[in-house]
Write a protein that binds this ligand. Structure first.
Ligand code: IPD
Ligand code: CA
Length: 265
């Protein structure tokens, strides 16, 4: 079984197991602070267990880097890392706001740039975004590419959650000038929307994103033809470590990148 098929099956199982749970009181159950540093909610735990159970069931020899469960070595003979944010957008999932997803990626080595496969499933409806290195990016069964032409409405994604006053000051000219700024609350799904051409540029300069929030989006955005850069506008990369906190920008092309970044102070 190919790695991408394993990730797709695991995320289908997450959807089946959490679709009735989201937005209920039971979703919110508090399991203490997880490996990523946030409180693990019941819905996070149910989703992670689904993936771990499946990988064990098929004897997939890997090391899992989960946002809640931490590093779980499923084999001494590991083929690589499964980077798992079983629920991205946990606050939306708990409250029932229909914008949350699962994010699963596979990497042969301990860098973002070694990621070969990624799957993001929109858990409000089961729709799936997926990509394998060199093979393109897909939304369900259709190939997707970023929106590389002048849009009718320019949609700008900016993550402002917990942003510092300084960062908000730097970003202010964008808020002043553009009318269609979006912050939807699940980083991986926002990257998937960007890859599908629904958002023209997505900016997160807060230095808060964890590798689990970005791993599947990394390969899906790249395979959809997007530019993926760090805060110095160099190609994005990072160690796959629990300490890493990332800033990034995903842009459909150089033109929109230059236009928007010329306004950030
Ligand atoms: C969060 C979401 C959110 C982003 C946070 C992440 P989680 O992930 O991606 O959009 O602003 O920085 O922590 O905690 O819901 O998996
Ligand atoms: Ca999460």
């Amino acid at each position: 079984m190919e790695v991408i098929e394993i990730l797709r099956e695991a995320s289908k199982r997450i959807f089946e197991n959490v679709k009735e749970l989201a937005g209920t009181d039971n979703a919110a159950g508090d399991f203490g602070v997880g490996a990523g540093g946030d409180i693990s909610r019941n819905i996070d735990i149910v989703a992670e267990k689904t993936v771990l159970d499946y990988l064990k069931e098929i004897n997939f020899e890997c090391i899992v880097l989960g946002e809640e469960c931490g590093r779980v070595e499923l084999s001494k003979n590991s083929k690589g890392f499964v980077i798992m944010d079983a629920i991205d957008g946990s606050a939306n999932a708990v409250r029932g706001v229909p914008f949350f997803c699962s994010s699963l990626a596979f990497s042969t080595d301990s860098k973002l740039s070694s990621i070969t496969d990624g799957v993001i499933t929109d858990l409000s409806n089961g729709e799936m975004y997926w990509a394998s290195k060199g093979k393109g990016a897909f939304f369900n069964e259709s190939k997707i590419v970023v929106h590389d032409k002048e849009p009718i409405y320019k949609i700008i994604g900016i993550n402002t959650s917990g942003a510092s006053k300084d960062l908000m000051k730097r970003l202010y000219p964008i808020f002043e000038r553009y009318n269609h700024i979006r912050h939807l609350g699940a980083n991986a799904l926002e990257m998937a929307f960007f890859a599908r051409g629904l958002i023209d540029i997505f900016i997160d300069l807060r230095n808060k994103i964890r590798i689990q929030d970005i791993a599947a989006g990394y390969i899906i955005v790249k395979e959809a033809g997007g530019l993926l850069l760090d805060s110095d506008l160099r190609p994005l990369d990072s160690e796959l470590s629990y300490e890493a906190r990332i800033s990034f920008v995903a842009a459909a092309n150089q033109e929109i990148l230059d236009e928007i970044f010329s306004q950030i102070k």
